[in-house]
Write a new protein. Structure first.
Length: 146
């Protein structure tokens, strides 16, 4: 099975038509709190490691997802520009999730190495946005479910 690739407009349209679709935001907690789709769940796929001063895989990612999202759920995975979400989608696929789509360009859009815009940000499409920790949809709350 291959992971479906969606544009922001396609993802928004699907989520508007089917409210059971889960938007899984795999960005860091501060990125999520700065702005996210209103119904998003936040489970970071990578986290900062101060000891090595770089991002490392979140050892609790899969366990938190499995404790939160059923394997038969329809999931759209998003990050800032599409790379982390593709990685997360592949992890989910290997774990047995079957209805997975990656948000191309992510929440913040994608740029090439020269800084040219390749995929517009979700906000550029006029899509709804929320800020804050997300309450019960926050990583802190979701990680307690496992």
């Amino acid at each position: 099975m291959s992971i479906q690739q969606l544009t922001a407009d396609q993802a928004h349209s699907l989520m508007t038509q089917d409210e059971s679709i889960i938007y899984l935001d795999v960005r860091t907690v501060p990125e999520f709190e700065a702005g996210h789709p209103p119904s998003a769940l936040n489970i970071p796929v990578v986290i900062p490691d101060p000891a090595v001063r770089k991002m490392v895989p979140n050892a609790d990612f899969l366990a938190t997802v499995e404790g939160t999202i059923p394997k038969d759920a329809n999931i759209i995975v998003g990050c800032m520009s599409g790379g982390r979400s593709q990685f997360a989608a592949e992890v989910l696929e290997e774990a047995g999730y079957q209805q997975i789509a990656n948000l191309q360009g992510g929440f913040g859009g994608a740029r090439d190495q020269m800084g040219r815009l390749l995929v517009p940000r979700c906000q550029d499409h006029g899509l709804p946005e929320a800020a804050g920790d997300g309450g019960e949809r926050s990583y802190e709350a979701l990680s307690k479910r496992r």
